[in-house]
Design a binder for this molecule. Structure first.
Ligand SMILES: C[C@@](CO)(OP(=O)(O)O)[C@H](O)COP(=O)(O)OP(=O)(O)OC[C@H]1O[C@@H](n2ccc(N)nc2=O)[C@H](O)[C@@H]1O
Ligand SMILES: Nc1ncnc2c1ncn2[C@@H]1O[C@H](COP(=O)(O)OP(=O)(O)O)[C@@H](O)[C@H]1O
Length: 302
């Protein structure tokens, strides 16, 4: 490879999440509708001449980078690189450096680490010119990594690795709000299991929605089954949900994934942007507003 490459690792938002069962290995089966936000980390890959073949130098920058630096060798980006190399034995891997610009809050229910891992797989497969199926490698890195490979809206089944097309989404804007509390995914699944909450059936969805009102009517028949357990662990989530729902123009508010990030849906992008500014000013919360339904845009950097 000669050129530098750069790609976005977008936040994954679960518009609903039903826990439908539990496997013998403890993983839960899910039914979820995942969409991708404008908010994203950025991965920058460059050749690293002088290093040995196979070496992947890794650095972390960005607003939320500091929290990850201590465990950099175990970062999902590095694990993705190792897994890709293991899947293509006998190949030469030109030495590269990757910088992760971490702009998404960590352990926050929006799959930032999973998005970074998927982004690293895409970039490295390109840089090393590998024609391998990335889906099983992604699944080996985490339940959320496969859906982050395409960053296209998708219905998630199995433990997250069975992907089917999402209903056609209406034009709308999404507000993301995170109060700053890290909520570890395993703790939320454990708390839900301990609470004895029942499993839920898969949602019945149409092929698409032409407007936000009809999508919200269907989302109101669904749940995020992890929300009560996450609120029990982090009560501030309830305050965030209340604050989002009170914003002018907000049609729907819910927590994403295992939390603590919550989202609001708006027909009017200006109102979503104003809500983001207001909630950041009033509480110091991390906020972001943008369209939903982004797909991956890979491009080379100068
Ligand atoms: C809850 C979801 C919903 O999209 O998102 P996040 O809150 O992480 O964003 C995902 O299922 C998270 O996927 P991911 O974060 O990749 O999970 P993994 O690393 O594979 O698993 C972390 C732990 O979560 C639990 N886990 C995860 C996924 C799943 N389907 N069932 C589970 O029980 C297991 O205890 C597992 O040990
Ligand atoms: N690149 C990464 N970004 C974020 N977290 C990472 C990364 N690599 C490893 N991790 C670890 O994965 C855990 C889950 O992170 P993250 O994907 O942000 O959670 P969530 O899916 O709940 O948003 C973190 O606690 C962190 O220790």
């Amino acid at each position: 490879m000669t050129a530098a490459l750069q790609d976005l690792a977008r936040a994954k938002i679960n518009l609903y999440l039903h826990v439908t069962g539990r496997r013998a290995d403890g993983y839960h089966t899910l039914d979820s509708l995942a969409v991708f936000a404008a908010a994203a980390d950025t991965l920058m890959l460059a050749p690293s001449p002088g290093d040995a073949d196979g070496q992947v130098r890794f650095s972390i920058s960005g607003q939320f980078g500091a929290g990850l630096v201590a465990d950099a060798d175990d970062n999902l980006v590095v694990r993705a690189a190792r897994a890709l190399q293991a899947a293509a034995p006998g190949r030469r891997f030109a030495p590269v450096s990757i910088d992760l610009r971490k702009m998404l809050p960590v352990a926050s229910g929006i799959g930032g680490g999973s998005a970074d891992a998927a982004c690293a797989l895409r970039l490295l497969a390109r840089a090393w010119d590998l024609d391998v199926d990335l889906a099983p490698i992604a699944a080996s890195l985490g339940a959320d990594v496969p859906v982050c490979l395409s960053q296209a809206p998708a219905r998630m089944g199995g433990i997250g690795e069975i992907l089917t097309p999402a209903p056609v989404l209406p034009p709308c804007a999404m507000l993301l709000v995170n109060c700053g509390a890290a909520v570890p995914t395993p703790a939320v699944f454990r708390a839900r299991a301990a609470s004895g909450a029942p499993f839920r059936a898969e949602a019945a969805l149409p092929d698409g929605w032409t407007d936000l009102v009809s999508m919200v009517a269907d989302l109101e028949q669904t749940m995020n089954d992890l929300e009560p357990a996450a609120i029990a662990l982090c009560p501030a989530i309830a305050n965030v949900l209340e604050a989002i729902a009170a914003e002018p123009g907000c049609a729907f508010a819910r927590m994403s994934g295992s939390g603590a990030t919550c989202f609001g849906l708006f027909a009017d992008a200006t109102q979503a942007g104003q809500a983001a500014q207001r909630l950041n000013d009033a509480h110091g919360w991390w906020t972001s507003a943008g369209a939903i339904g982004h797909s991956s845009a890979s491009h080379g950097a100068a």
